[in-house]
Design a protein around this ligand. Structure first.
Ligand code: TXA
Ligand code: MG
Length: 316
């Protein structure tokens, strides 16, 4: 069932909290994408998330928290982590940190790793739900595993079916791509997933270059979820296209003709916000494939190109 959550009534909040307390799932808006939330301390609820998404159990989930203190009960914070949390939370930054020995989280959340990914989302509905429930929520993006992430409540219902969760409709997501995932468990920070917070912003606060796990040669993926094919529409995707071939839809960026345009003005923030909804809209039997104009590899362009490369990768 989908219910409007802007403004969020206390009756809706009560219903959502009861659902979570019973081990059920609640899909909620964040500033990045919609999350499929369950009580992160309840094994059955977390198992329900994996089942609803068809997600492989080796791929760990992000624990969402209402504030810094709630995060500190789950993971061990060191200097870097505090600096970044103080500066960027609430916001589209997920920190991978050592799990506290006394962490109440279900072991399923971290898929057997000794680290946990935590984030405080910047959305009034998400924060109200987290505060009212009073426990961390495990929440992956609210789509079937491997498919395009949802940026509206309608996308969630389409992807998971109307009954998989109570869906709180908070309108379209402002950022539109998932959070940036930064691993702070090693000697140096490591970018596991480019996302809604620009790498450049992290580097300037830390005063150091940050390496990307995705480009370390010859290493196994550090983020188990970084499978090559992901975010995949049904149609094939062709990157760095200057024009559409016959039968193709053209996803534009910057001035010029296009079937749909991520940002006619060439604004990367606007393009990120439009990315998933436009990929869904062009994923239509009228077209043979989706061709995409080149996107600059800086700021939110890194996250956009990462998602597009996975959308274009050979399907497993
Ligand atoms: O913006 C977002 O991050 C959204 C919203 C709902 O918060 N959530 C999201 O979750 O994108 P999900 O599950 O689709 O992606 C989480 C990513 C995966 O790539 C996963 O492998 C990685 O974070 N991850 C989670 N825990 C980890 C850990 N302990 N170590 C390394 N990577 C981890
Ligand atoms: Mg996802």
């Amino acid at each position: 069932m989908t219910i409007p959550s802007a403004p969020l009534s206390s009756a809706t909040l009560d219903q959502a909290v009861r659902r979570l307390a019973a081990g059920g799932l609640v899909a909620f808006p964040t500033e990045t994408v919609y999350g499929l939330g369950g009580d992160a301390t309840n094994d059955a609820a977390v198992a329900g998330i994996f089942a609803a998404k068809g997600r492989p159990h080796f791929n760990p989930l992000i624990a969402h928290v209402a504030d810094h203190a709630a995060a500190a009960a789950l993971v061990l914070f060191e200097d870097w982590a505090w600096t970044l949390a103080e500066r960027f939370w609430p916001g589209p930054l997920t920190l991978v940190l050592p799990r506290r020995p006394d962490s109440p989280l279900s072991l399923l959340v971290s898929a057997g790793l000794d680290s946990v990914a935590v984030r405080m989302p910047d959305h009034p509905v998400a924060l109200a739900l987290l505060s009212a429930y009073g426990r961390p929520l495990a929440a992956p993006s609210a789509n079937r595993s491997g498919a395009v992430s949802p940026t509206t409540a309608a996308h969630v219902a389409e992807s998971l079916g109307p009954d998989a969760a109570l869906i709180l409709d908070g309108g379209p997501c402002r950022v539109g791509v998932e959070s940036t995932v930064l691993d702070l468990t090693g000697p140096r920070p490591l970018l596991l997933r480019p996302g809604g917070l620009a790498l450049e912003a992290l580097e300037s606060v830390l005063g150091t270059r940050i390496e990307s796990a995705t480009i370390l040669p010859g290493t196994a993926p550090r983020a188990p979820g970084m499978l090559a094919s992901h975010y995949a529409p049904t149609l094939p995707v062709r990157l760095d296209a200057n024009e559409a071939a016959p039968g193709e839809a053209l996803l534009g960026f910057g001035p010029g003709p296009a079937t749909l345009n991520l940002s006619p003005a060439g604004n990367l923030t606007e393009a990120a916000a439009n990315l998933f909804a436009m990929l869904r809209a062009l994923d239509h039997p009228d077209f043979a494939a989706i061709a995409v104009r080149p996107i600059p590899e800086r700021d939110l362009g890194r996250a956009i190109n990462d998602r597009l490369r996975r959308a274009a990768a050979p399907r497993g």
